[in-house]
Design a binder for this molecule. Structure first.
Ligand SMILES: Nc1ncnc2c1ncn2[C@@H]1O[C@H](COP(=O)(O)OP(=O)(O)O)[C@@H](O)[C@H]1O
Ligand SMILES: [Mg+2]
Length: 361
């Protein structure tokens, strides 16, 4: 019997999943707080959908326990869990109107006509689809269909909403506007939401807390800011952020000192310092590197090429030891390919990682 804190909405206790003899989820512990928006993010195949489907009851749990609002639901049917799930494929009934699609699950559970009408009206108002109620899915745009799919979840008044890549079928512009809609929806409804995506921008913008998954294991759980500023390892550091964090081979030369491409750099002094001379990785985000106008004092580099995006410019450089370093630059300093420059780093933004990719702190 697991002891569940009262504010917990969904608790996963040592969850494992095998397909045949192959284990794909290797013991996940996670506690989602009531009303929280939690995003599972990670590369394709890392187990996001499998984990969500186990919470939904669509996939059997091989080992471990799932509780929702303090109730053990591990072996319960999806319909008994107080959840509603929204998929990437909208899975609407094509021969039914929007109104009938929204009402369907309530009809099946013998909800009164008056209550169905009330909930359909409420959900369609929240989603701004009240003018579409008499259309069929075939007469809707992709974004409108996805709203109907979300509406079908809302009318059921679930304790927990589960989303599996709900915006992946939409074009880029619509994804951004639906993302903002989802954030608004969460504020208005206040429900616990668990949202799966491979898109780091969706994760960063929607989540109260992000869960970073890799190969069926949790790499880090934290607020977007914690994940971005304080990554636990090189995988998290490289996965979140675009352009990627620069991760450079270096050597630990003394307490809080790393040598990279011939230059000694201060990194935060560490309790668990690696032995002197050991190989480490040095991490610094592109926006924390600057072109040194006075030159000479920084790290020497050669400009390979740059991309001008208007507000910013990405400058791809090569260091004297051949490693590459990307700079996100907002100045209008004239730069040419092949030019020698000197790079300086924002104090306090340097990170160091040990030989296994774990953060040295
Ligand atoms: N029904 C299944 N049978 C066998 N293997 C599966 C099945 N569903 C998923 N997997 C495997 O489990 C792993 C995780 O898959 P999935 O949860 O779909 O990943 P994600 O959603 O993160 O892309 C993958 O290696 C995938 O091939
Ligand atoms: Mg998936």
């Amino acid at each position: 019997m697991t002891i569940v804190p009262t504010a917990a909405s969904v608790v996963l206790a040592d969850i494992r999943k095998s397909f045949g003899s192959l284990e794909v989820i290797h013991g996940i512990d996670l506690s989602v707080t009531e009303g929280e928006f939690v995003v599972f993010v990670g590369p394709s195949g890392c187990g996001k959908s499998t984990l969500l489907r186990m919470i939904a009851g669509l996939e059997e749990v091989t080992e471990g326990e799932i509780t929702i609002k303090g109730r053990d639901v591990t072996d319960l049917d999806p319909s008994e869990r107080g959840i509603a799930m929204v998929f990437q494929s909208y899975a609407l009934y094509p021969h039914m109107s929007v109104r009938e699609n929204l009402a369907f699950s309530l009809k099946m559970s013998r909800t009164s006509v008056a209550e169905i009408d009330r909930r359909v009206a409420q959900a369609s108002a929240v989603l701004k689809i009240d003018h579409l109620l008499d259309r069929r899915p075939g007469q809707l745009s992709g974004g409108q269909r996805q709203r109907v799919a979300i509406g079908r979840a809302i009318v059921r008044k679930p304790d927990v909403f589960l989303f599996d890549e709900p915006l992946s079928n939409l074009d880029a512009e619509l994804r951004v506007s639906m993302r903002i809609e989802l954030a608004r929806l969460h504020r208005e409804l206040g429900n616990t939401m668990i949202y799966v995506t491979h898109d780091q921008t969706e994760a960063m913008t929607l989540a109260d807390r992000i869960v970073i998954l890799r190969d069926g294991r949790i790499e880090q759980v934290g607020t977007p800011r914690q994940i971005y500023e304080d990554p636990a390892n090189t995988f998290v550091a490289g996965f979140i952020g675009s352009p990627r964090m620069n991760l450079l081979r270096g050597r630990w030369v003394g307490p809080g000192r790393v040598r990279v491409s011939g230059v000694e750099i201060d990194v935060p002094l560490s309790v668990a310092a690696p032995p002197e001379g050991s190989e480490v990785e040095y991490g610094i985000r592109p926006e924390h590197v600057e072109i040194d106008r006075n030159a000479r004092s920084g790290m020497p580099a050669t400009v390979e090429f740059s991309e001008y995006l208007g507000g910013t410019r990405y400058i791809y450089t090569r260091l004297t030891d051949g490693q590459n370093l990307t700079v996100e630059d907002r100045t209008d300093i004239a730069i040419e390919n092949g030019q020698s420059i000197s790079l300086s780093r924002h104090a306090g933004k340097s990170l160091a990682f040990d030989g296994n990719g774990g953060r040295i702190r």
